[in-house]
Design a protein around this ligand. Structure first.
Ligand code: ZN
Length: 130
């Protein structure tokens, strides 16, 4: 997907609010898998976040705390597929793990044993619970 269209659809999904903290206006697109590692502009690979680059807000937090970002699915390790890695996001249902789809929608991760924040994104991924 081209960056311009991706940004438009991302804004549509987020409603202009940061998908990580849910508090501040989202201004930037976070590539869950870095572009340098083959990350695309597909909606499953993008988060709409507050802050600027590597410096501040949630975008800065993600880049300054890579292990936290991987654990929460805000970043995705190569060679994993972002569409198969849940992300811990602020949604209309509260703060939950969601699957991000390339059509611009998101759906809650539904695992019976999923306890608030206890099961991290990579563990869910390893279970193959897509
Ligand atoms: Zn934020």
């Amino acid at each position: 997907m081209k960056p311009g269209l991706a940004r438009k659809k991302l804004l549509n999904r987020s409603g202009g609010r940061c998908e990580v903290c849910g508090l501040r206006p989202a201004r930037e697109a976070q590539h869950r898998k870095n572009r340098s590692q083959g990350g695309t502009w597909d909606l499953s690979n993008l988060l709409h976040v507050c802050g600027h680059g590597n410096r501040d807000g949630c975008h800065g937090l993600i880049h300054q705390n890579p292990e936290t970002a991987y654990a929460n699915g805000w970043s995705v390790r190569q060679p994993r597929n972002p569409a198969e890695m849940p992300a811990w996001l602020t949604t209309e249902h509260g703060r939950i793990y969601v699957w991000l789809h390339d059509d611009g929608t998101a759906s809650p991760v539904a695992l019976p044993e999923l306890v608030y924040g206890a099961l991290k994104a990579e563990r869910i991924y390893e279970r193959g619970a897509v």
